[in-house]
Design a protein around this ligand. Sequence first.
Ligand SMILES: NC(=O)c1ccc[n+]([C@@H]2O[C@H](COP(=O)([O-])OP(=O)(O)OC[C@H]3O[C@@H](n4cnc5c(N)ncnc54)[C@H](O)[C@@H]3O)[C@@H](O)[C@H]2O)c1
Length: 319
Amino acid sequence: MVNYRKDIKSLAVIGSGTMGRGIVLTCAAAGKKVYMIDINMDILNAALEGIKINLKSFINEKVMTQAEVDATIANIILSDKYDVLKDVDFVLEAVPEVPAIKEAVYKEAQKYAPADVVIASNTSGTPITKLGKYFDNPGRMVGMHWWNPAHITPVVEMINGDESDPEAMDVTVELTKAVGRYPVVVKRDVPGFLGNRLLYAFMREALWCYENGVASAEDIDMMVKAGFAFKFPVLGPMQILDMAGLDIFSNVSSYLYNQLDNSTEPSEFIKQRVADGKLGIKSGQGFYEYKKEELPAMFGKRNKLMIALLKSQGWLEEK
Ligand SMILES: NC(=O)c1ccc[n+]([C@@H]2O[C@H](COP(=O)([O-])OP(=O)(O)OC[C@H]3O[C@@H](n4cnc5c(N)ncnc54)[C@H](O)[C@@H]3O)[C@@H](O)[C@H]2O)c1
C-alpha cells in the first residue's frame, strides 16, 4: 500500500484554461503554493491576467483584502516545464478532453511526480478508470471535477475509478475541504459522474419544451430561476422528495414519466444549430444574442450575483 502525502503544501495544476485558472486561484488563495503549467509562457501570462481580474472582483465584493490578493498571486508559480512535478505534493490535470493530450500529460506525470503523490483529473468526460491505466500504480488516480466558474462554485465532485485507492481519495477529499470547497464523493465511475447525469437529464427536457413550442427560451429560464431552482441552494432533490411526500411523487410519476423526453441522441435542432455555428456566447449567438463588448459587464454581473448568493448561504464571508 502506498503511504500517500497527506500534508499538501504545494500542488501542480496542468492546463491554465477556463478551469485550470479558477482552480489555481482557489488553491493559491487558500495558502497553497501552486505551479500552474501550460504549453508556453504567453498562455500562462494570459491566464495569470485572468486570475487577477477575478481577484479584483473578490476585492470589489469585499470577500478578499488587497493583502490576501497579493499573497494569492505570490503563491502562483508559472511553468512551461513538467520537471516541476518533482517538487509538488499533489497533481491535478485540467487539459482539453483530447485523448492524445491527456496521454502526453500523464506520461510526464508518471515520469516526474513522486510515487507517493496523488494524481487527479478534472475531466468531465473520460472514465477515471481509463486514466488510471497510464500509471504504474493506477490506485493513485482519482477524479476531482470542479464546476465552472471554478473560482466561485462551492462543490467539487470526487470520483472513484475502479482501481482508485481509498487513501488517495481521502487525500483528495481533505485537500478539497482545505481549499474551502465542498467535496461530493461519487462512489462509482459512471458516465457523467453525478452532476452531469443530473444536469443533462434536466437539459434534455428543457430543450424538448423549447423545440416543441411549450415555452420561449426566456420563459424556460425564468421558470427555473424564479421557480423550482429558486430553492435549490437550500433544498436538494432528495430533500424536496421528502417534503412533497413520496406518495405524491409516485402518483405524479405514474402518468408523467412516460410523457418525458427519453431521446438517446442530440436533437436535429441542436445538431443544426451547431452546424450553423450558433454555439452560444462563444459565437455571439445561441438562444440569445451576445455582443463582444457587452461580455465583460455580463460576466461581472454574474460574478457579483453568485458571490452575493454564496455570502447569503454562509459559503463566503465578507471581510
Ligand atoms: N469548461 C468547463 O466548463 C469544464 C467544466 C468542468 C470540467 N472541465 C474539464 O476540464 C478540463 C479542461 O477544460 P477547460 O475548459 O479548462 O479547457 P481549456 O481549453 O479552456 O483549457 C485547457 C488548457 O490546457 C492547455 N494545454 C493543452 N495541452 C497541454 C499540455 N500538453 N500541457 C499543458 N497544458 C496544455 C491549453 O493551452 C489550455 O490553456 C477538460 O477535461 C474538461 O472536460 C471543463
